[in-house]
Design a protein around this ligand. Sequence first.
Ligand code: HEC
Length: 160
Amino acid sequence: MNQQHKEFRDSVKKIYQALVLVFGAVSLVACFLVYGMIDPGFSAFRQDNSVVDYAVVDEDENWDKIENGIHLRTGLKEGIGLMETVNNCTNCHSAKLVTQNRMDAARWAATIDWMQETQNLWDLGGNEEIIINYLVTNYPVKKKGRRLSLENIEWYDLEN
Ligand code: HEC
């Protein structure tokens, strides 16, 4: 191989390498541009959970929100034992079924026993007393069959 031939081959090799490099760079830029058209925000490369976070935060805030003394999600009244009642008594049926029944402590205990025996209600442990107290305090037995005593009546004298 003479000297000239070798030089020629070397320069061809260099040009070829430069071309490969340029082609590589151009295709990289092209990929970038095409991707930029599909996903202008390049969101696939960002770890941006803000949208999801907002949703979770909102839900958390409202989940056990109490407004004007009413636990919004269940309609139960605010009071000692509210959350124990919410967490144990609104899973299977609505809180309405609970509150429309006005019972004394003994009958509540019997109703809970009945649910435990026949409806798979779990053992409430120490919460049973808390829940029963909550129910008899906030949803007391309504007196029936006798009207409530009259109060704050302004009597007036009959005139002739
Ligand atoms: C494991 C599920 C479950 C849980 C938890 C549960 N209950 Fe019940 N409860 C039932 C079922 C089932 C019925 C029957 C519903 C029906 O008749 O449609 C019922 C019925 C009732 C009734 C109506 C009883 C009647 O005589 O008609 C009341 C009141 C009641 N539950 C209160 C409660 C209270 C208070 C709690 C919390 C301590 C509670 N429940 C938790 C399953 C449950």
